[in-house]
Design a protein around this ligand. Structure first.
Ligand SMILES: *Cc1c(COP(=O)(O)O)cnc(C)c1O
Length: 351
């Protein structure tokens, strides 16, 4: 057990929030969990009101980008229990990101107890209305106040919550990116590190001005192999086969991606994790074999791609009533809310 000092809010903001109309990423719950690393060990565990924190202007993460994060969700079940979906998988990935960015290891005890303590104190923020959930954002930042370029000695680990609803309401329009690069072999694409998102903004902004929701990144050398979308992984369905790009260093290993692989196999689909090129997709499309394209991630869950543009070619896939994306999405959602049996043991009970 870690000893968490709790300084609760005096006035909760709960009553100011319209839970029937949540905008993603705006409605932060009342508290934040914080811990400090001093070069040797973790300590100073505390929960305090969510809000501005004083930081040194020379804080190393703000200059040299040693910053990593995670995202997962807590759900309220019909029995009024609260549970977090696959948090230990997020911890494993966070520690892989930490190693790549020369940051300290996050102990399981601190991660899990911090998450659970935050969910308990902010439990009323875990809304069961519609698609609502409490999005949990653990993050780790370098906190030396010094100008040298080297791994920081000091770090802060924090977790806050954000009440969220559904993410996208319509199927996606996606542009295959053939100029800019998100990630390359030997780079940091597999780490959930802040700089990857800054580096992706420019190409995404151009695509959004052209009317797309997202770009689909391709490999850095030939712009031929498909990788992933902004913050979600890609799946292609050809009959009873699902194909997803392999995660061999340039693609984020999504927890939702892994859940989809396991659920689809359980439903009798063959799943291939391999390199998949845009030429294959174009060929499947012209042969009438391309049944579905969809994206997977914690924030957006499982969402169909209705249009994929590659250079001058447009691939349109009319959203079907009984698409695998929809079937998997409701199955996954039911498991997260304990409306369906959790056969893989994914839920971590909080209350
Ligand atoms: C977080 C993220 C994903 C999705 O991962 P999940 O664990 O399913 O939420 C995919 N790609 C990128 C680049 C991401 O940052």
């Amino acid at each position: 057990m870690i000893d968490i000092h709790i300084n609760p809010v005096i006035q909760s903001r709960f009553n100011t929030v319209d839970f029937s109309n949540l905008v993603f990423g705006k409605e932060f719950s009342d508290h934040i969990f914080i811990a400090d690393f001093d070069g040797n060990s973790w300590g100073n565990y505390r929960i305090q009101p969510y809000g501005p924190i004083p930081l040194s202007p020379s804080l190393s993460c703000m200059h040299y980008g040693q910053a990593i994060f995670e995202g997962m969700k807590a759900f309220r079940t019909e029995k009024n229990e609260i549970q977090i979906f696959r948090p230990l998988d997020n911890l494993r990935r966070m520690n892989q990101s930490a190693e790549r960015m020369c940051m300290p290891f996050i102990p399981e005890e601190m991660f899990m107890e911090g998450l659970k303590a935050l969910c308990r104190i902010d439990q009323k923020w875990v809304s069961s209305l519609n698609d609502n959930a409490l999005y949990l954002r653990p993050f780790l930042i370098a906190s030396d106040d010094s100008l040298g370029i080297r791994p920081s000695q000091n770090y802060m680990f924090m977790i806050y919550g954000c009440a969220v609803g559904g993410y996208y309401s319509e199927p996606l329009k996606v542009k295959v990116e053939t100029h800019y690069v998100r990630s390359c072999q030997g780079g940091v694409g597999e780490a959930k590190t802040a700089g990857n998102y800054a580096a992706a903004l420019y190409a995404t902004q151009i695509a959004q001005k052209e009317g797309y929701h997202q770009v689909l990144w391709t490999d850095a050398f030939e712009h031929k192999y498909l990788e992933e979308l902004g913050s979600s992984n890609l799946f292609i369905r050809i009959g009873k086969t699902l194909i997803t790009p392999s995660t061999t260093g340039t693609v984020l290993k999504g927890v939702t991606r892994d859940s989809v692989i396991k659920l689809a196999q359980n439903l009798g689909y063959a799943v291939e994790e391999r390199a998949v090129s845009i030429d294959e997709v174009l060929a499947w499309n012209s042969q009438g074999k391309l049944d579905e394209l969809f994206a997977t991630g914690t924030a957006a869950s499982i969402i169909g791609i209705a249009q994929l543009d590659y250079k001058e070619t447009t691939i349109c896939i009319a959203p079907k009533e009984n698409s695998l994306a929809k079937i998997l999405n409701s199955k996954l959602d039911n498991i997260k809310r304990s409306k369906e049996e959790d056969i893989f043991g994914w839920n971590e009970k909080v209350i």
